[in-house]
Design a binder for this molecule. Sequence first.
Ligand code: PLP
Length: 397
Amino acid sequence: MTISKKVKDALSNASWVRRMFEEGEELKRIHGDENVYDFSLGNPNLEPPASLKKALKALADHPIPGMHRYMANSGYGDTRRAVADYLKEESGLPFNEKHVVMTVGAAGGLNVVLKSILDEGEEVIVPCPYFMEFKFYIENSGGDIRLVETNGDFSLNLSEIEKAIGKKTKAILINSPNNPTGVVYNQTSVEKLGELLKKKSRELGKTLYLITDEAYRRIVFDHIKLPIAFRYYPHTIRVTSHSKDLALAGERIGYIAVNPLCEEVDELISAIVFANRTLGFVNAPALMQRLVAPLQKNSVEVREYEDKRDFFYRSLTAFGYEVVKPRGAFYLFPKAPIEDDVAFVRELQSKRILTVPGTGFGKPGYFRIAYAVENRVIEAALPGFKEAAEKHRARKG
Ligand SMILES: Cc1ncc(COP(=O)(O)O)c(C=O)c1O
């Protein structure tokens, strides 16, 4: 065998998201792009703010000497200061640039954090359903994923989390707004999670980390305010990016922020900077660091995603689908009308509608719709969703 056993195993369980996306490409080749309704990949359909393109042109026209060179592994001081100022204003906590490390997206950031804190065989608790890449990121650093069930509405189930915490636990990784459910964890649950982690850290005599993947933080609806986990637990590490909020997914720019209230913040940041370098990222893309610094309070037109959510959610529930109403991100995670989610997704695929089975997120019986697509795609796909629901309703009698 030429490739590693671990990678071979991972490949044979290839990501459902990628599989559906690739099968979709083939369908598009046969039927034409406009006749395939692709809800497989969470790829923002909106464009970055116009101010970003202007700044990019200004930099190209008036380059800053040295702007393409290596820099400190943590990133430009100016950019980290801009992020820290934003976090300070948002949280009321004493953030400064030393608490921030710029990363190659949230994916790069998560790998860096996990490399920094995990020893071989330590566990990271992840509420399920979950973004499947988490498993690979955790295993990249020698850790093991420990899945815990969420409640029926996909909110945090604190008693399940409490039961899962043990000697091997090093961290819990939460993602809100959530991929694949779009669910947002409310203030009470985050506060209680903080209390639980404090209690368990005391009992176990060690530090448990709370890693918050906030890649969708600025994509929230219904005027809700997201809780700020930093306020409720000192050992909180936020990982986020501008892939979704500034629609820069292909540019790979994000950051890690460590709570200034964390006692071992200096050691932790040193480890994070080391891991950023030695995992081979070296530093986050230079051009992007310059461009996002002044845009910390900007985002794409979130209202557009909210309108899509409203329209799609209303239509699906009218057709009889059971769906928890998402409060953020750009995903819907309905229950499949039949037990076998893979069979149901294949059925939709026969109508040229591409979704991803819940099995791909550790939650069979459901399927994910990524609706960051043009409205005409949603409109054109609705009859297919309706037909599929009616067929199974008729069968059940
Ligand atoms: C929950 C979650 N975390 C992390 C990422 C990775 O994002 P990035 O493009 O910032 O690496 C994604 C991407 O879809 C995601 O859905």
